[in-house]
Each structure stands twice: as structure tokens, then as C-alpha cells.
Design a protein around this ligand. Structure first.
Ligand SMILES: [Fe+2]
Length: 253
């Protein structure tokens, strides 16, 4: 599916063609390529963490790291697809093929992420799936950083990249945090679906974290009660031993 850069966005606030909205002037001013490269560094750190946990056979860490990978890559794909790729395609028509390839790579990554989303480290395919995901993302990052980004930097310039960076930074606050491989990945359709998915994903993540917190709290309570019972038992046994020693001492006397 190609990127359509012209149509007006479906929201009232977006009265100009959506690709020109990048740059509200309210962001940190980080340029788009630096922002995307920082995201790449974040996921690479997570990949290394996973590989370390895999070697150590640490399922708990593997599970939480994969949760973070799912969240990071879902947000990253959404902001790149909604703001960066369309703006780039509009300004640098010669990179059309690279952008289309990037979209296809995102699509495959989102499918893998959505499968991992319902899997457990105990599943025999879990590690293999994460390994393939890591290989795919590293390949995608290499292509973007070595081929696409230099061409884009040259063609767009600092000011425009700053505007797109601001728009992506803003979109990060509401973007989907879970993978949606069946959802549209080009404008204008992805503008509305990303917004709706972002709300649902964040509610779901919030509920999940709340449940995990409550579970931890209950576990801690049970452990504290067990420790208290153990201490009381030890005290009672010590008291009994003391009593028996007293009786023995009396009998000897
Ligand atoms: Fe990408």
C-alpha cells in the first residue's frame, strides 16, 4: 500500500494537509533522525538485555524485556509510519522504494510482536521468535541508518527535520503501545486508527500493570505472614526448650 500524502486529516484541528502538520513549535527541537536513532539505541539495549537473560536462562527477565520491546517497537513504528515516512516521501520522491520496503519490514515485525504478545518464555518457540525478531529489526535499522537517513538529512535540512521530530515526539504520547499488524499503516487511515488503538492499548497496559502490582502486594503480604508465623513458632519452641531445661535442672537439684 502506498503513502498518500495529500488528503486532509479527519480531525478538525488538522485543517492543512496532514504531512505539513509536523512541527507545532512546542517540541524539544530534536530532529527526526536523531529521535529515530535514539529509539534504535533503546531497542538495541533491550535486545542485548534479552540475549544476556537467554544465556542465563532467566525467564522472568526475558518476559519483562520482551514486554518492553513490544511497547518500544509499537510506538516507534507508529510514529515513523504516521509522520516520518510520509513527510520523507513527499519531500524526497527518490526514496519511495526504501520507504515501501521499510513499511513491509515494519509489517513483518508487527506480526512477530503480536505473536510474542501472547507467548510465555516457557514456550519452546519463544526464544527462536525473539531471535528472528532481533535479526529483522537489526537489518531494518542498518538499512535506515546507512541508506535512508543520510539521503533524507541531505534533502530535508535541519529546520524541517526539527519540525518532523517535534511532531513525532508529540505523537509518542498517544501512539499505540501494542502491535496492530492488520491496522492501516499509511495516512490518512492510520491517523484515526493509531489514535483509537493508543487509547485502548494504554488502558490495557494500565490494567495489566495494576493487576501485576496487586498480585505482588498479595504475594508480599503472604510472605510476611509466613515469616511472622515462622518467628512465632521458633519463639514457642525456644520457650518450650527453656522450660524443659528448667525442669531438668530442678530434677538434678
Ligand atoms: Fe523503521
Amino acid at each position: 500500500m502506498g503513502i498518500r500524502a495529500g488528503p486532509a486529516a479527519p480531525t478538525k484541528s488538522r485543517s492543512t494537509p496532514w504531512v505539513s502538520l509536523a512541527g507545532s513549535g512546542k517540541g524539544s527541537g530534536m530532529d527526526a533522525i536523531t529521535l529515530l536513532k535514539n529509539d534504535h539505541k533503546t531497542v538495541e539495549r533491550l535486545f542485548k538485555e534479552f540475549e544476556k537473560a537467554e544465556k542465563a536462562g532467566d525467564d522472568k527477565t526475558k518476559s519483562s524485556v520482551v514486554g518492553s520491546i513490544i511497547e518500544e517497537l509499537s510506538v516507534h513504528a507508529a510514529i515513523e509510519e504516521q509522520e516520518f515516512y510520509p513527510a520523507v516521501r513527499q519531500a524526497v520522491p527518490t526514496v519511495k522504494d526504501e520507504v515501501l520496503e521499510g513499511l513491509e519490514e515494519h509489517h513483518i515485525v508487527k506480526w512477530t510482536l503480536s505473536e510474542l504478545d501472547g507467548m510465555d518464555p516457557g514456550d519452546e518457540r519463544f526464544d527462536a521468535k525473539v531471535t528472528v525478531l532481533i535479526e529483522s529489526v537489526r537489518h531494518h535499522v542498518e538499512e535506515e541508518e546507512e541508506d535512508l537517513f543520510p539521503q533524507v538529512r541531505k534533502a530535508l535540512g535541519r529546520k524541517r527535520l526539527g519540525e518532523i521530530g517535534d511532531a513525532m515526539e508529540e505523537l509518542k504520547k498517544t501512539a499505540p503501545t501494542r502491535p496492530h499488524p492488520r491496522a492501516p499503516d499509511t495516512p490518512p487511515a492510520n491517523v484515526a486508527t493509531n489514535k483509537a488503538s493508543g487509547v485502548l492499548d494504554r488502558a490495557r497496559t494500565g490494567a495489566k500493570r495494576g493487576a501485576a502490582k496487586a498480585k505482588d502486594k498479595a504475594k508480599n503480604k503472604t510472605e510476611t505472614a509466613k515469616e511472622k508465623a515462622e518467628t512465632a513458632k521458633k519463639k514457642a519452641e525456644a520457650g518450650k526448650a527453656k522450660g524443659r531445661a528448667k525442669v531438668k535442672a530442678k530434677a538434678k537439684a
